[in-house]
Structures are given as structure tokens and as C-alpha cells.
Design a protein around this ligand. Structure first.
Ligand code: NAD
Ligand code: DAU
Length: 354
């Protein structure tokens, strides 16, 4: 038995693959294009492990995907592969359309052909799990109820629009062709191997480097934060017990304004790695221009997955963020490697000299 994990060298995908192989001996094929966000080093601990194979390639490469499916005969696919950063989608949406929409379409086509050729039992047992985001539901007002699975789609950025399109394709492949799909929509993840273009790792890395901590607009935008290992356990649970064709929202029950997040990171660093001059890290906070079309608030109602599948997050924000800050302090070499070259160009382009 095996599973195919796409995007498994990225932030959540690599946590998922590592986590999977601590829980089971089932063979994993990781397919990843290794864009700027994908990093072989994330899976370094699996080098030489007979339960894992890494393949560099594109989910949109139909020939390659068909070959991998025929060769390994996976019983499930977990699709993490995507362009994932909202700000990059604003600077240049093309890659988001190509991977998140066209790539998902080609992946679905290859999977449909493979699944159609399976024996009856294997066809029944097969699952295609598509990992999506709460951003497809749009932005909430301060007192609006949290997103349920029935919330209408109202994506506001090129990123979320491309993810919404992929969700619709996945849904259509179930209704039209009977492909046994599952979709998960989750909130903001944080934890180890998070690429430092996203809020939490960017703040940790910039703080330690003595650089400004760029807060967009008034910093009062709200996100729900989910520790990445909780997300991994939720996906395992949905894969095991989710009802075919269903959507499950996954959240951490941790709604917080961005400025609170940045302050928490600063206070933890003050404790764990005080500044040489004894001043608090919060002095580095700098307000910068807001993100165009910035969604004000996301909140996940995660009661369905708890009620139907018995899953809820294990970490509070306080325990998860402490582990995360400590991980970055302990893994400076990883940070140095991912922040060289192309990363510097992105930071220069997006933040100027900030
Ligand atoms: P990431 O950007 O860290 O990783 C994406 C991975 O996909 C990278 O390894 C990249 O090389 C790979 N990839 C990109 N294009 C590819 C292609 N065409 N073919 C094969 N591989 C390709 O992203 P992440 O934060 O780990 O997110 C993973 C998934 O979870 C995405 O689908 C994202 O939309 C979704 N999601 C993320 C969050 C979050 O907070 N990070 C929250 C909700 C949903
Ligand atoms: O909600 C799920 C989504 O969470 C995922 O689908 C995306 O893939 C993931 O990137 C994330 O999107 P966000 O836009 O919410 O995450 P980001 O870390 O980019 O930003 C979090 C908040 O922090 C957001 O309100 C913008 C703000 N921000 C971000 C950066 C990078 C800043 O204020 N300053 C920054 O420099």
C-alpha cells in the first residue's frame, strides 16, 4: 500500500510526510516541483528510508503523473501542491493559475484515468484528498459567524480565486465522474519549516536579524491559527474516515489580530534570545502599506470535523507558538539556506529596503 503526496517538500506537505512516517509504515511517494517554496532539506531525515521516494516534477505533467500512478498504484493522493502566498499572487497571478487551476485539472484527469482502471475493491477504497483554504470563503465582518462548510465562495485575491477554482474542479470530478474525493479547507498554519515569506516566520527571522517587522495597515486583521501538526492529524483523520464528496473545515479555535501575533513573537524572543542591547524586539515593529484587497477577518467553524470524525486540535496557540519560535532558534542553518538567493530578491521587490 502507498500514498502519493503532492507538494510534499513545502511547509505543510513536508510536515505531513514526516508525520505520516512516524505513524505508519505505508510507503509515500512525494511529488514536488521544487519551486522557491519547496525544499528537499525539509525531508532530509528520510534520506535512505525505504518507505519514501522523492520525485521532482509538476502535477501538471500528465505523462509523469500517469507513470507514477501506474508504477506505484497508490491507494490515495493528498494534494498539497500549490502556489500559496497571497502577496506573490498580487505581484504575479500567472503561476497561480497554472499550478492551482491547470495543474489541479491535469492531476485530476490523470487520477481519473488511473482510478477508472482499478479493480472494484481498489476503486471503492481509493481517495483523492484536496487540501484547500478558508480564504475561498472571503472576508468576515467583526461579528459575523465563523465559516461553515456551507458558506458561499467569495474569494478576493488571485490566490484564493485560484484555490476556489481548484475546489470546484475537485467537486465536479466527484459529481460527474464519481471520483472519490475529500476536500479540506483550513485556516492559517504555523510551525516548523514555514517559509519566511509568511507572517510568523518572517517576524521571527527579521527580528533576529535586527530588521524591521513589517505590519500591513493597522495590524488589526484577524486570522485563525492552526499548529501544522494538528493540521496533519486532521488530514489523516479525514483520509481514514471522511465521507466521500464531503468538505471539512479545519481550524485551531485561535482567532487573533496580526498585531497580537507579532507582539507574542517579540515577547517570546525577549525571553528566549534577548537582544544584545537589552531592548525589546517590539521596537522593530514598522507599519507599512496595506495589502491590496486585504481580507479583514477569517474564522473557522470546525465543529463538523469534531462532531463527525472526532477530531480537534491538540495545541493551544500559546503552546504551538512557543514550539515554533524555539524551532527557528534551533534551526538557524535551515533559515540561512532558505533565505539566500531568490528569497532576497522577493524581499527586495515586495518590501523595498524595509
Ligand atoms: P508551500 O508554498 O509551502 O508549499 C507548496 C509546495 O508545492 C512546494 O513544495 C512547491 O514546490 C510545490 N509545488 C508548487 N507548484 C507545484 C507543481 N506545479 N507541481 C508540484 N509541486 C508544486 O505551501 P503550504 O503552505 O505548505 O500549503 C500547502 C497547501 O495547503 C496549499 O494547497 C495551500 O493552498 C494550502 N493551505 C495552506 C495554508 C497555510 O497556512 N500555509 C492554509 C490553508 C491551506
Ligand atoms: O487562511 C489560510 C491562508 O493563510 C493560506 O491559504 C495561505 O496559503 C497562507 O499563506 C495564509 O494566507 P495569509 O495571507 O493569511 O498569510 P500571511 O502569512 O501572508 O499573512 C497573515 C496576515 O499577516 C495577513 O493579514 C497579512 C499580514 N502580514 C503578512 C506579511 C507577510 C503582515 O502584516 N505583514 C507581512 O509582512
Amino acid at each position: 500500500m502507498s500514498i502519493l503526496v503532492t507538494g510534499g517538500a513545502g511547509f505543510i506537505g513536508s510536515n505531513f510526510v514526516l508525520d505520516w512516517l512516524t505513524q505508519s509504515n505505508e510507503f509515500v511517494i512525494t511529488l514536488d516541483k521544487l519551486t522557491y517554496a519547496g525544499n528537499r532539506e525539509n525531508l532530509q531525515s528520510l534520506n535512505g528510508d525505504p518507505r519514501h521516494v522523492f520525485v521532482q516534477g509538476d502535477i501538471g505533467d500528465s505523462t509523469l503523473v500517469a507513470y507514477l500512478l501506474a508504477q506505484h498504484q497508490p491507494r490515495a493522493i493528498v494534494n498539497f501542491a500549490a502556489e500559496s502566498h497571497v502577496d506573490r499572487s498580487i505581484h504575479g497571478p500567472e503561476d497561480f493559475i497554472q499550478t492551482n487551476i491547470v495543474g489541479t485539472f491535469r492531476l485530476l484527469e490523470a487520477v481519473r484515468a488511473y482510478w477508472g482502471g482499478l479493480q472494484s475493491d481498489a476503486r471503492q477504497a481509493f481517495r483523492f484528498l484536496h487540501v484547500s483554504t478558508d480564504e475561498v470563503y472571503g472576508s468576515l465582518g467583526k461579528d459575523d459567524p465563523a465559516f461553515t462548510e456551507a458558506h458561499r465562495y467569495e474569494p478576493n485575491s488571485p490566490y484564493s480565486a485560484s484555490k476556489a477554482a481548484s475546489d470546484h474542479l475537485v467537486r465536479a470530478y466527484h459529481y460527474t465522474y464519481g471520483l472519490p474525493v475529500l476536500t479540506t479547507n483550513c485556516s492559517n498554519n504555523y510551525g516548523p519549516y514555514h517559509f519566511p515569506e509568511k507572517l510568523i516566520p518572517l517576524m521571527i527571522v527579521n527580528a533576529l536579524a535586527g530588521k524591521p517587522l513589517p505590519v500591513y495597515g493597522d495590524g488589526q486583521q484577524i486570522r485563525d491559527w492552526l499548529y501544522v501538526k494538528d493540521h496533519c492529524s486532521a488530514i489523516r483523520r479525514v483520509l481514514d474516515a471522511g465521507h466521500v464528496g464531503e468538505v471539512y473545515n479545519i481550524g485551531g479555535w485561535n482567532e487573533k489580530p496580526n498585531l497580537d501575533i507579532v507582539h507574542t513573537v517579540c515577547v517570546l524572543l525577549d525571553e528566549l534570545r534577548p537582544r544584545a542591547d537589552g531592548k525589546p524586539y517590539k521596537e522593530q515593529i514598522t507599519y507599512v502599506a496595506d495589502r491590496p484587497g486585504h481580507d479583514r477577518r477569517y474564522a473557522i467553524d470546525a465543529r463538523k470535523i469534531e462532531r463527525e470524525l472526532g477530531w480537534k486540535p491538540a495545541e493551544t496557540f500559546e503552546t504551538g507558538i512557543r514550539k515554533t519560535v524555539q524551532w527557528y532558534l534551533d534551526n538557524q542553518a535551515w533559515v540561512d539556506n532558505v533565505t539566500s538567493g531568490a528569497y532576497k530578491q522577493w524581499v527586495g521587490k515586495h518590501y523595498g529596503d524595509a
